[in-house]
Structure formats: C-alpha cells, structure tokens
Design a protein around this ligand. Structure first.
Ligand code: GLN
Length: 499
C-alpha cells in the first residue's frame, strides 16, 4: 500500500498499476499539510484547487491510455523562488507580496508537462539569502526533527515538507548550499546539478553566476527521477548547457562503486566540525570501502578563501539583480501619495519591503562594486573563484568524485545565530566551493549525530556534467546505510500528528 511515507518511485509504481490515483495521493498529502504544517510552516501557499485539478487531469490521461511520464501524478512542493503562472510568488520577501507571475518558469513548465502535481510554494530565506529560513518575511520554518530548531536554508521549507511527509518531491535553488544544507539538517536528499544543467528561466535571481535549481526528495533515486524531468537545454537561459542530460536515473540504479576513487577533501574534514558529524562521515567512508571503492586524500588549499570570496560575489550580483524591485514593476508600493516623486517612492518602498539581511547584502554588494573598490574586492574575489576551480580540477585528476560533510554542525536552535551573520555564513563553508566552480553536489543523510540525535549530511561532488557519478556513489552509500540501519533515517523523525 502506498502512503505518504512511500518514496516517489513507489508512488509512481502504484499509480502505473492503478493501485491508487493521483487525486487520491494528492488528497493524502493535502490532508497531511493541514494536519502538520501549522507546526512546521513549510508552505507559504497551498494551491489545493490547482493541485487537485492537475491530479484529475493526469488520472484522465492515464485512463485514456495516453503515454505519460514516469513521475506523472506524484505531488511536489515548489520553492517560492520559481514563478508559477497565477500563483502567489514572493521569494520570501514582503516586496513581492501579492505578486502573481504572468508566466511559468521553465522548470514549472517541465513539471507540468510531466504531470507532476504542484501542491504549493515553500518557505525560504528572503531572496534565498540565508542558512536557516529565519530571514523569511513570513516567519521561520521549523525542523520536523525538533521544532525548536532551524531546518536549514535558504530552502528550509522544501526540505521540511519532505521530512514531515507533506510531499515526496520538492524543488530547491542552490547558490551557496541552499539545497544541500537544508537536506543535511533534515535527513533528506538534495542535489545541486552542474551549473547550466537546469534552466534558470523564471527563477527570481539572487546571484546569477552561482544560482542553480535542483531536485530534493527522500531517496537518491527519487532525486534522480526528478532531475531528469527538470534538466536540459533551454534557449531562454543563456547560461544553459547545450548537451545531453547526464543519465542520472541509470546511475542511481547501478548500486556499484567497485574501483571508483573517492577523494576526501582534507580541508573540509576536521577543524571546526562537530565531532558527531565527522564520526558519521568517517563511517560512511568505511562503507564505501567495504563496497569496493578506494579512498584517496586530496588537498584544496584555496578553499580557505572561498567563503570570503562568495560573500563578495553573491552580494555584488544580488545588489544588481535586486534593483528591479523598484515599486514600479512588481508587488509592493509604499508612500505613493500623489505628491512624492518616483525616486522617493522607490526608496520608501525598498526600505519597507526588504528585510535586514537583504539590505545588508545590497549595501555590501554596492560597495564592493563601486569604482575605486572594484579591483580590491570584486576583482580579487573573482580571482579566488578561479583558484577554487583549479583546486577542483586538480582533485578530480586524482578521484572520480570528491566527498566531505555538508555542514559543520547539525541543526542549530532557532534564534541561535540570527544576530551573528558571520556565524550564519559559516554554515556553508563546505557547500560554497561547489557553486564557485559550477560543479555538481549532492547531500544525502549518513546518520544521526551521537551527541544530539540529529541528522548529518554526506556531500558528494562530481565534475561538470558528470552528475551521474554522484548519483552512483550516493545511491550505493544510501543502500549500504539503510541496510545497516534496517530502516530509512526518516523512520526516526518524531510523529507530528500525521502518522
Ligand atoms: N547561505 C548562503 C547565502 O546566504 C547560500 C544561500 C543559497 O544557496 N541560496 O548566501
């Protein structure tokens, strides 16, 4: 029997055997949302009517014998950073309150074409700036493992929806870790594909040279299935790669790592990391060895500068991208009393509509780009980016994939770091280099830390457009871990009243 605890692949199989219908599955999930989301706050908007209509359409197509895609009829939660025609889209910001996009992002078009049922939009840090979802203008999301803790960010809503069985699939965006970090802290799987592998058309831009959309789910195979639905070249995104989509579903089914070389990044495996995180990480390395992989140590000396460089590049691009929120074109307008000039209305609106962290980054980015400082800050940061990429290139000469823990710690308490931006930024120390180099990165759960019983994430990185490698290693490790535990990690998540 499929239920909300099943994987997306299991739900898809039950649908294809007519053991259930998409309407039935969608209702089960809407029901779970109404039972638990008051506690979790994963969703900003639930599209009950739209989801049921989409589900009914898929059921009708199936009944008529029409060829439909593998995930047709399976529900999904969409990060509120993607446009969906007619559906409120805020990117977690007050400045976009009430905005209903007139068009679908490419990812949403692909989901709709594949018959994936979109349940609603998930909570996130404002404009994807943050590591805890506490920067959302609409209140924080709670971690289903412990409601007093953050679910990670910026895509905490999507990850929390998966971990509380409100959806089996979700979409995230990852500029410096926003898919992988919440996945790690909630015991779910999240993948940042190669930059350019998934279209950014219709994504509300944060830092365009780093932003990447990717799949989130509770198993590696489910992320692979979703990856193949959303990936591929798009003429409407000038940075989209025109090459065949890596065969990630086949890779996720291989369950074999014999002879593969796994590179452990020396700089991301020790100082500054919680003991329980390192312990679980090392155990997973042993399992990979037991499955025939070879471990090699690699060094990436320039990673030391990656975080600092990221916090110049990302705010610089953000300061330019966010200029479009000027009160004239979208959403909020404050102070337009008929007497004030346009510039004054813009400035009053931006003051009222942007949160503290967004303002901090706009100021930082504008400063870093201003003449006289450009070379010293932005220019140097770009040089670091090249060095980080060179470190990866050298490391991939020695290994097929690279690995590290995803986050230095398990989920921290709500409020613990909200007044200390630098402490918050450090949550992404292990995920940021991947975005700087444009390569692929996956987070999968590798156990619970001994000291607090909270999930730990294992990161796998693969070279540009070789995303299949991380799926192959991830699925093999997942199978080994689940067989060792005797049950999936999420069997341990507290019952929030929906089971
Ligand atoms: N936490 C990082 C930031 O605040 C990364 C966010 C993201 O990947 N969108 O910029």
């Amino acid at each position: 029997m499929t239920n909300i605890h099943s994987s997306a692949a299991e739900m898809a199989a039950a649908l294809s055997k007519n053991e259930t219908t998409s309407v039935e599955l969608t209702k089960l999930h809407l029901d779970q949302i109404s039972k638990v989301d008051g506690k979790v706050h994963a969703f900003l908007h639930v599209d009950t009517e739209g989801a049921l209509a989409q589900a009914a359409e898929v059921d009708a197509k199936r009944a008529s014998g029409e060829q439909i895609s593998p995930l047709a009829g399976v529900p999904l939660a969409l990060k509120d950073v993607l446009t969906q025609k007619g559906i409120p889209t805020t990117a977690g910001s007050k400045i976009l309150e009430g905005w209903r996009p007139p068009y679908d992002s490419t990812v949403v078009s692909k989901l709709k074409a594949a018959g994936v049922v979109i349940l609603g939009k998930t909570n996130m840090d404002e404009f994807a700036m943050g590591s805890s979802t506490e920067n959302s203008a609409y209140g924080t999301t709670q971690n289903p493992w412990d409601l007093s803790r953050i679910p990670g960010g910026s895509g905490g809503g999507s990850a929390a929806a998966l971990a509380s069985f409100q959806a089996p699939l979700a979409i995230g965006s990852d500029t410096g870790g926003s898919i992988r970090q919440p996945a790690a802290l909630t015991g779910t799987v999240g993948v940042k594909p190669t930059y350019g592998g998934v279209s950014r058309y219709g994504v509300i831009a944060y830092s365009s040279s780093l932003d990447q959309i990717g799949p989130c789910a509770r198993t590696v195979l489910d992320t692979a299935l979703l990856h193949e639905v959303i990936a591929g070249h798009d003429e409407r995104d000038s940075t989209s790669i025109n090459a065949p989509v890596p065969q990630v579903v086949a890779a996720a089914k291989k369950l074999d790592v014999k002879g593969m070389k796994i590179g452990v990044i020396k700089e991301l495996n020790g100082a500054g990391f919680q003991a329980g995180v390192i312990e679980r990480f090392n155990e997973s390395l042993d399992l990979l060895v037991a499955n025939g992989a070879e471990i090699v140590e690699v060094s990436c000396p320039n990673f030391e500068y990656a975080l600092a460089a990221y916090y110049l590049i990302a705010p610089s691009e953000a300061s330019s991208n966010l200029a479009r929120f000027d009160s004239m074109r979208y959403g909020l307008r404050v102070g337009d009393d008929g007497k004030r000039g346009a510039e004054e209305v813009m400035s009053i609106t931006r003051e009222a509509g942007f949160g503290k962290e967004v303002k901090r980054r706009i100021i930082l980015g504008t400063y870093a780009l201003s003449s006289g400082y450009y070379d010293a800050f932005y220019g140097s940061a770009q040089k670091v980016r090249t060095l980080v990429k060179q470190d990866f290139d050298a490391a991939f000469q020695m290994a097929d994939v690279l690995v590290s823990p995803v986050t230095p710690t398990t989920a921290f308490k709500i409020g613990e770091k909200s007044d200390d931006p630098v402490a918050m930024y450090l949550s992404d120390i292990a995920t940021i280099p991947v975005n700087m180099a444009g390569i692929g990165g996956m987070s999968l759960p590798c156990g619970l830390a001994a000291e607090d019983g909270l999930p730990v994430g294992f990161q796998i990185m693969s070279p540009v457009m070789q995303d299949d490698r991380m799926y192959r290693v991830g699925a093999t490790l997942e199978a080994a871990l689940v067989s060792k535990w005797g049950k999936p990690i999420l069997a341990n998540v507290p019952d929030l009243g929906g089971k």
